[in-house]
Design a protein around this ligand. Structure first.
Ligand code: SF4
Length: 435
């Protein structure tokens, strides 16, 4: 059976895993980051961004494939909103949640009817079969494309999975909704075999996928630093420590030995999702930490000679001007080596999406016109905060950026783009989920 697995734009790790599973089941599988001219009889699309629901190229490909009699299944993070996917992209079925237990039954039966973890339309009615409970993470090697070495995602060729789930409950994040809040870890030998396979296919830098790396082998309510250190050390032995990164980490999941290992076995960066300098907003986001814990974590990293990047979210529906000012103060008081800003995006299935839908547009910074110092730029309040915090962050970095006109234009355009795209997503959320 000929099967294409497509993840638009980048080879996602999830698409490679599904490709490997289908190959091990006997299918002849090809992996694509661009749409093939000729769809194969079965196509699995792995969609990781809600923006994909609005992408005309994806709509056109699915329509063309189905008109020609091919079968299109869609999985990935967008499956958190199966009604939206079925309504906007009109595939044969949606694979809900973790795809591993679903794709082989789909392939062998040729129809989603009755298969757990699928959603589809029959006679105008949407049928949703609940996902199977979380499984172990034993699986064959992923399908690694020959040109994996050409891919660059935040400096790495690939982000490999060491465990699933997160203890956190951040209101804007799909991870605990998609993978659960119990940590399931892979065997270290399987992970290292995979790292070798990526290296042999030309990957030059391998990273541990997002979430919190140090939750690897978390058990009985405790971190397992020994397991995490063995993992990093094993990866460094294969790739060289300059080619391993494990940046994403919660500020309450670090210790001296964990930070020492990151220093010793990786490129020496950590990335904290800081989000806000306001404890009121951190509490509403369900971050489970305070701004003073974040400040302490940054200081600990400095003591271990690590570089620290932080991300911030502006335009949360309940963010008041005073909350925003506290974020600016935090950034000024705790210089970071790099700063990333984004506008709060209500991803389907998250508490933030419910909050955004409950918040009248006239009170939501995503829609409220900005009336302050950037008024001539004709921005919404969320866009203005994005622009302002990007400028402020650039100047407060440990190595401040010189803000020439080009940087100014880049921040402005990015703020406008995020605002525009998130409003479009908000619009389709309203269409399907506003009660
Ligand atoms: S800690 Fe990170 S992965 Fe976990 S819920 Fe929060 S944002 Fe998501």
């Amino acid at each position: 059976m000929q099967v294409q697995v497509i993840s638009p734009g980048i080879y996602t790790y999830g698409a490679m895993v599904i490709g490997g599973l289908l190959r091990s089941a006997g299918a002849s599988v090809t992996l694509h980051r661009r749409f093939p001219v000729e769809p194969s009889p079965i196509v699995f699309l792995s969609l990781y961004s809600t923006q994909h629901l609005l992408d005309p190229a994806i709509r056109e490909f699915i329509a063309r494939a189905r008109t020609a009699g091919n079968t299109c299944y869609i999985g990935g993070p967008v499956s958190a909103a199966p009604e939206m996917v079925l309504g906007e992209l009109v595939p044969d079925a949606v694979v809900i949640g973790e795809g591993e237990p679903v794709v082989i039954p789909l392939l062998s039966r040729g129809s989603p009817d009755g298969i757990p973890g699928t959603a589809y339309t029959r006679n105008g009615e949407i049928i949703i079969n609940p996902p199977v409970p979380p499984q172990t993470l034993d699986r064959p090697l992923p399908l690694i494309p020959d040109d994996i070495g050409t891919q660059d995602v935040r400096g790495a060729n690939v982000y490999i999975e060491t465990h699933r789930g997160c203890l956190g409950a951040c209101s804007f994040c799909q991870v605990p909704r998609f993978f659960g809040r119990t940590i399931r870890s892979r065997e270290i030998d399987d992970i290292l075999a995979e790292v070798r396979a990526f290296r042999d296919k030309g990957a030059r830098r391998v990273s541990i996928s997002g979430g919190t790396g140090s939750l690897y082998q978390y058990r009985d309510g405790k971190l397992n630093p020994g397991a995490f250190i063995a993992l990093l050390s094993g990866m460094a032995e294969i790739m060289g420590s300059r080619n391993v990164s494990a940046p994403d980490i919660r500020v309450d999941c670090i210790s001296d030995e964990i930070l020492d290992a990151i220093r010793k076995y990786t490129i020496g960066w950590v990335f904290f999702g800081i989000e806000s300098g306001s404890d009121r907003i951190l509490n509403q986001m369900g971050k489970g930490v305070t701004s003073s814990q974040v400040a302490d974590a940054i200081e600990s990293c400095r003591q271990h000679h690590l570089a620290v990047a932080g991300s911030f979210i502006v335009g949360y529906p309940t963010e008041e001007p005073d909350d925003y000012e506290q974020t600016k103060t935090f950034i000024a008081d705790h210089p970071l080596d790099d700063i990333f800003v984004s506008i709060a995006e209500p991803l389907p299935s998250t508490p933030l999406a419910s909050l955004a839908l409950r918040t009248p547009r006239e009170a939501n910074p995503l829609f409220v016109p900005h009336t302050g110092e950037y008024r001539p730029l004709n921005l919404t309040e969320a866009e203005a905060r994005f622009f302002d915090l990007s400028l402020h962050g650039a100047m407060c970095r440990t190595r401040p950026l010189l803000l020439a006109g080009q940087a100014y234009d880049t921040f402005l355009e990015e703020g406008r783009k995020q605002g525009r795209e998130i409003r479009l997503v908000y619009g389709i959320l309203e269409k399907y989920y506003r009660k």
